[in-house]
Ligand binder design. Structure first.
Ligand code: HMG
Ligand code: MG
Length: 298
């Protein structure tokens, strides 16, 4: 008894592109978001309001948010590590802001330059401001399945940070496999911990595909009743502060899986393949989605 319906959050314009060395101009990002909107995603992570010294590729956030053709009902999200990011996201009319922390101290330091406890203190005013302005609030918990610097991450650490995010009033919490190391039994153990610490209907699986396990991890999560998943068109991406990590699971592969399982997504697979072909052509390389490449080869 898998869920009948899931929400796919397309993170390609943010997680997918943030690590690209070549500058991707705002108009290309805008066209990508518009094509993804046309494909039917209910939620698109479109920008990140972080320090441009840390992640230069995301410096165009405001232009992107102002340039996209918004479809009513679609949630356009932006990452906001602190109040400076929140103010920028608010000015750019983000529908949802994403605070992002980690379950490992080492990753928190490398990614956002502070301890987990300090990050929660920075998120408090962001969470409050989001509520005051009627914006949705989401939290991302990196390295929940393993850390590139410290290795194993105890379940108790995941539980602790999920509870802190819950207490900030998050509408949704993402459990992230930053470096794509999880396998299904591990995924179930981590997700069960997160479900106990939060609630099942607000939890999402954010799986990178470094070790080729992301679809298996999604299936394991479906078996637990998780109904929100993140994916990146064409499998774009990687995290600048997680060396060697590849992209998120490819959206085309996830939609193909859901279609095969009879699980409703509201997303048109051919339109995603089209968006993937567009950005792959711009980047000058073949897309990383197996399903996408198979469909293009037909
Ligand atoms: P810091 O240096 O500790 O911050 O960085 P600070 O408050 O001391 O400020 C230093 C400078 O940054 C100042 O500028 C600030 O104005 C500026 P200066 O005076 O030197 O010119 N600054 C900002 N500029 C624009 N927007 C802001 C902002 N905040 C400060 N919001 C900070 C702390 C968090 C800012 C920094 O570490 C940073 O930007 N890190 C980037 C982290 C990041 O974007 N990582 C990738 C996304 S997370 C991810 O990919 C994981 C995820 O996908 C889930 C998963 O897979 O695990 C979500
Ligand atoms: Mg990620």
């Amino acid at each position: 008894n898998l869920p009948k319906k899931v929400k796919i959050v397309e993170v390609g314009p943010r997680d997918g592109l943030q690590n690209e060395k070549e500058n991707v101009p705002a108009d290309v990002k805008i066209e990508l978001v518009n094509r993804l909107t046309a494909a039917g995603f209910p939620n698109i992570e479109a920008a990140s309001f972080v320090s441009p010294k840390w992640v230069p590729q995301m410096a165009t956030g405001r232009e992107v948010m102002e340039g996209i053709a918004r479809k009513p009902g679609v949630i356009y999200s932006a990452l906001t590590p602190n109040m400076q990011g929140f103010e920028a996201a608010l000015a750019a009319k983000a529908d949802e802001v994403v605070i992002f922390g980690a379950a490992s101290e080492a990753f928190s330091q490398r990614n956002i330059n502070c301890s987990i406890a300090e990050s929660i203190a920075r998120f408090e005013p962001v969470a409050k401001a989001a509520k005051d302005h009627g914006l949705r609030l989401r939290a991302s918990v990196s390295t929940a399945f393993g850390c590139p610097y410290q290795g194993e991450v105890p379940l108790a650490a995941v539980e602790d940070v999920v509870k802190r995010m819950r207490d900030l009033g998050c509408d949704e919490i993402d459990i992230a496999d930053t470096i794509g190391v999880s396998t299904p039994l591990k995924t179930k153990a981590v997700m069960e911990t997160a479900i106990r610490a939060f609630r099942i209907d607000g939890l999402s699986g954010h799986f990178h595909d470094t070790y080729g396990q992301a679809l298996a991890n999604i299936y394991a999560s479906l078996e637990l009743g998780i109904t929100i998943f993140h994916s990146s068109v064409s499998g774009l991406g990687g995290c600048p502060y997680a060396k060697g990590a590849t992209g998120n699971v490819a959206t085309e592969d996830v939609i193909y899986l859901m279609n095969g399982l009879g699980i409703e997504t509201g997303v048109d697979l051919d339109a995603v393949v089209d968006a993937g072909a567009y950005i792959s052509q711009f980047l000058g390389r073949k897309g990383a989605s197996r399903a996408g490449n198979a469909i293009l080869a037909k």
